[in-house]
Ligand binder design. Structure first.
Ligand code: APR
Length: 252
């Protein structure tokens, strides 16, 4: 049987439209904690208390303290080989789309083109009341925040992180762009537990539209059984190996 890494490289070589969905596992080697698993954030913190609109209404200070801590942590992290290889591919393949559930901004930091931030960005904020004088959202990279919870500079009310919390919908524009990316030759899902919808449904949807689907993850997930090729191992190693094969230009 063909080595899965060779098969993956061959498929990429033959593809012209490449789409990728990434999750927290891609940033793990950079030092950004994942959400699930033994070391995951949801082991020590409750999503209901920190990542829902209701939690923010109840206790904006607590929610902002958690985001301020994460922003501080992420600000010290650099992209790893997984981000770098995906960035390279985003420039090499003209029809390349990267949909990320990560809010850390590391794909952008690696210079990746055509990134769709499915769950928003931890580096953007918006007015909780969507006051009339404020923009829809804006960049705020202050670390640490001067005041918690921070105030809206336009109305004096509260601002909140521009991330998608549990119970919130995905932006229509983001959904439309992600749906367009399902029409591709190869769709890979990398470093995601594949349990949070609608992101978790994208790989199946791409498969139904005829894409060859690949999963890269440290372990089997709920998506593993349904993809065409499941490769287990660290994304930073596997993507680097595939890129080495592609750049050697050998017959894979
Ligand atoms: N290489 C590949 N996979 C890895 C690596 C690695 N180096 N390290 C961890 N993983 C895998 C884990 O096995 C796990 O399946 O990454 C996955 C991370 O899963 P989660 O922590 O659940 O992250 P994700 O799937 O991105 O979460 C989705 O849930 O809490 C929400 O909004 C949050 O965007 C997040 C969403």
């Amino acid at each position: 049987m063909e080595d899965p890494i060779y098969q993956f490289a061959r498929r990429i070589r033959e593809a012209s439209r490449i789409s990728v969905l990434t999750g927290a596992g891609v940033s793990s080697a950079s030092g950004v904690p994942t959400f699930r698993g033994e070391e995951g954030l949801w082991k020590s913190y409750s999503p209901q208390e920190l990542a829902t609109p209701e939690a923010f209404e109840r206790n904006p200070k607590l929610v902002w303290e958690w985001y301020d801590w994460r922003r501080g942590l992420i600000s010290g992290c650099r992209p790893n080989a997984a981000h770098d290889v995906l960035s390279l591919w985003s420039k090499r393949y003209p029809e390349f789309t990267l949909i990320t559930q990560n809010v850390d901004g590391l794909h952008e930091k690696a210079g990746t083109e055509n990134v769709i931030r499915f769950h928003g960005s931890i580096w953007e904020v918006f007015c909780r009341d969507r006051c009339r004088s404020s923009p829809e959202r804006w960049v705020d990279e202050t670390v640490p925040l001067e005041k918690i919870p921070p105030s809206c500079p336009y109305c004096g009310g509260l601002i909140r992180p521009a991330v998608v919390w549990f119970g919130e919908g995905i932006d229509n524009d983001v959904l439309a762009k992600s749906t367009a990316a399902l029409d591709c030759d190869i769709f890979m899902t990398v470093g995601t537990a594949a349990v949070v919808y609608p992101a978790a449904g994208l790989v199946d949807a791409a498969h139904q539209r005829g894409a060859f689907t690949v999963e890269i993850n440290l372990e089997a997930t709920s998506a593993s059984g349904a993809v065409d090729l499941s490769i287990q191992g660290p994304a930073e190693d596997i993507l680097q190996k595939v890129e080495d094969l592609l750049s050697q230009n050998t017959d894979t």
